[in-house]
Design a protein around this ligand. Structure first.
Ligand code: UDP
Length: 465
């Protein structure tokens, strides 16, 4: 009889960036283990985006992946409910897939994204080790462990109305309005789901987080102190995408355009895989860039009043038609606008890129850190406002613009923050601090660096060493 392969099953939550992160983690895990195989079961909303299909096509043979049967929604179903319902409806398929795998594999563990952690029930049924994978910060992990306590302590008001910044272990204090979206509406159904998930974290065999001590020393220490009583923490980051094998014509044009620019002169602007701005905000941003006179490379997406509207659903509108009249012509010597998608890792690694106006998704932050690029923090949804607080108030590697009384960042403010980052002494100092983080990131990934050692320990635990 053929020997069974030792296998870990990974389950991302729906959405490109969560899939990307857990797959990159798996690639690194394989490098650190001798003979481990991975199966990735992918819960899917509607049909998977091209970007997700492209990354699974380039996986090594040791990582198998399957898009689970997709779940369909009405346009007005809130994103959080779509994710929750997709997980619930995917559980029978996950059970089925595990059953099939047991005939050929020794299933040692499952690692599921926080938002896919319902799947860990299936792992427990088969006596597999269960891990929660956080494709976000250690600060988010700390917040999730702390939430049940916060829920008890602040029982009468919404967190956004809390008069004082909220302290959770090892983290920079955060205003209630900057806490992650799922907890903003305490009367909403999703709040209860999220709280339950946080309460269940303690029963996992460990928590894996895409961060590192050289970046988030205090939250990592708080989470690993013996007295914390939390499951083992594995800070294995920074893990970022290795780069695009298949650069599109648009992507190629971006890189050639950058080749012609002076070193560190260009502000790269992107709101992640699905962030969108309102039409009014898009306008203000455009005029602000124009007024600043600074070079920019902007990935433009069609506007929407809902900031995450393109995260799970992709429109066909030409985004460039929403820019102010004559903007492209007037700024043709100053900037380049690209519709919807650009090769971000290559852009951040290009010597002409000197700043990043980012929605503060965690992958984008790590990609910026690994390339030493200072940030203008423009958070939109999920835990991005918390990430922005950490970058600005804690690490001081980002500038955050101020909105007016309606939350709109006006063109004058855009111009001001662009200049502060790209030409003022403040920007130079932020750049210096980013370079220190860049070195720490490179160090931790070396063979004897702390993230590599932690990954070795994790792999050893799976392989029974
Ligand atoms: N990304 C990219 N090109 C784009 C927009 C995004 O390659 O035009 C990649 C980016 O490099 C990152 C991921 O998509 O790896 C976005 O993840 P992040 O966590 O920053 O944000 P999210 O998409 O979850 O909001």
């Amino acid at each position: 009889m053929e020997k069974k392969t030792t296998r870990i099953v990974i389950v991302p939550s729906p959405g490109f960036s969560h899939l990307l992160s857990i797959l990159e983690f798996s690639k690194r895990l394989i490098q650190h283990s001798n003979g481990l195989h991975v199966t990735c079961l992918i819960p899917t909303v509607e049909s998977p985006p091209e970007s997700s299909k492209a990354i699974v096509q380039t996986l090594p043979s040791t990582i198998q992946s399957t898009f689970l049967p997709s779940v369909h929604f009405n346009d007005d179903t809130p994103m959080a409910s779509q994710v929750q319902m997709t997980m619930t409806q995917s559980l029978p398929f996950i059970r089925e897939a595990l059953k099939d795998l047991t005939s050929t594999s020794n299933l040692v563990a499952m690692a599921a994204d926080l938002f896919a952690s319902d799947a860990l029930i299936c792992a427990k049924e088969l006596n597999m080790l269960s891990f929660v994978y956080f494709p976000t910060s250690a600060m988010t992990v700390s917040f999730c462990f702390y939430l049940p306590k916060l829920d008890q302590e602040v029982s009468t008001i919404d967190y956004k109305d809390h008069p004082e910044p909220i302290h959770f272990p090892g983290c920079v204090p955060v205003h209630g309005r900057d806490l992650p979206n799922p907890v903003q509406d305490r009367t909403g159904q999703f709040y209860e789901f999220f709280l339950e998930r946080c309460k269940r974290l303690g029963s996992a065999d460990g928590v894996i987080v895409n961060s590192f001590a050289g970046f988030e020393a205090a939250p990592i220490t708080a989470l690993t102190e013996e007295a914390s009583g939390y499951p083992s923490l594995y800070p294995v980051g920074p893990i970022i995408q290795s780069g695009s094998d298949d650069i599109t014509k648009n992507g190629y044009d971006c890189l050639r355009w950058l080749d012609k620019q002076e070193a560190s002169s260009v502000l790269y602007v992107s709101f992640g895989s699905g962030g969108t701005l309102s039409r009014e905000q898009l306008n203000e941003l455009a005029f602000g860039f124009e007024q600043s006179g600074k070079k920019f490379l902007w990935v433009v997406r069609a506007p929407s009043e809902i900031a995450h509207s393109a995260y799970l659903h992709f429109g066909n509108d030409d985004p460039l038609r929403f820019l102010p009249d004559g903007f492209i012509e007037r700024t043709k010597e100053q900037g380049l606008v690209v519709p919807s998608w650009a090769p971000q890792v290559e852009i951040l690694g290009h010597s002409a890129t000197g700043g990043f106006l980012s929605h503060c998704g965690w992958n984008s932050i790590l990609e910026s850190v690994m390339n030493g690029v200072p940030i203008i923090a423009w958070p939109l949804f999920a835990e991005q406002r918390m990430n922005a607080a950490m970058l600005t108030d804690g690490l001081r590697v980002a500038i955050r613009p101020n909105g007016n009384e309606n939350g709109l960042v006006e063109r004058g403010e855009v111009e001001k923050v662009v200049r502060r980052l790209m030409e003022a002494q403040e920007g130079t100092e932020i750049g210096r601090r980013m370079q220190t983080l860049k070195s720490a990131a490179a160090e931790t990934l070396q063979q004897d660096g702390s993230s590599s050692k932690i990954l070795n320990q994790f792999a050893g635990r799976l392989m029974g060493n």
